[in-house]
Design a protein around this ligand. Structure first.
Ligand code: IYR
Length: 221
């Protein structure tokens, strides 16, 4: 994209005391994020969502190809269409396609095939991974590490939405092909994840689950 190099923008070195304080503050903030399954219908300003998508778009990507696309869905008819298609897949999933082991693993979360949040939440963000794009000469240009890149951007997006004071659910109805059709996305794109975004319903509860400890997730050599 460019052969020009510039000084690292806005980098300022801090003391390690400051760095530890920042790192701790950030952890205290991000650890309060919880996946929420009951949303109020309260409206979210488009500008808030757009700033969060800009944050997602700042993620690193293979060869800076930025192989992602975000569709912001607010239209009630489109949300209903997505709910109907997702619930059809989920019914098959919970009726047996998942297999007993998977369903046993999911039990503590209390999920089922009913997905009212797909209509109740004010915003859905459908995230697409672009496997390739077609250039000006009609040539197919492959994207490198598109899945990893889209995963990183999605992490940025979830973090940005949480930081803005919103709650999310990372929803992965499987298969998700219906999103390509309903949202009329091009052939090079694959649905990656459906993010449900909004405010928690009043008196919402979440499962009492714990994250692994540092010793469980980190080793050192
Ligand atoms: N997609 C289904 C099942 C499901 C799967 C996993 I892995 C979860 O962490 C939660 C749910 C559903 O949304 O119900």
């Amino acid at each position: 994209m460019t052969d020009k190099f510039i000084p690292l923008p806005q980098y300022h070195k801090r003391t390690q005391n400051d760095m530890l304080r920042q790192a701790t503050d950030f952890y205290e903030q991000i650890k309060t994020r919880r996946s929420v399954r009951d949303f109020s219908s309260e409206h979210i300003a488009a500008e808030i969502i757009d700033q969060c998508i800009l944050a997602a778009g700042s993620a690193p990507s293979g060869a800076n190809q930025q192989p992602w696309h975000f569709v912001v869905i607010r239209d009630a008819a489109v949300k209903k269409e997505i709910r109907v298609a997702a619930e059809a897949e989920e019914q098959a999933f919970y009726a047996g396609r998942a297999g007993g082991t998977w369903l046993d693993t999911l039990k503590p979360l209390g999920t089922d095939a009913e997905k009212p949040f797909l209509e109740n939440a004010p915003v859905l963000i459908a995230i697409f991974e672009q496997k390739y794009h077609i250039d000006a000469n009609n040539k197919r240009i492959k994207h490198y590490y598109s899945k990893e890149s889209t995963g990183i951007a999605t992490g940025f997006l979830i973090t940005a939405l949480h930081n803005a004071g919103l709650v999310t659910l990372t929803h992965t109805p499987s298969p998700m092909k219906f999103l390509t059709q309903i949202l009329k996305r091009p052939a090079g794109e694959r649905p990656f994840l459906l993010l449900v975004v909004g405010f928690p319903a009043q008196d919402v509860t979440v499962p009492d689950i714990k994250k692994k400890t540092l010793d469980e997730i980190r080793s050192q050599v």
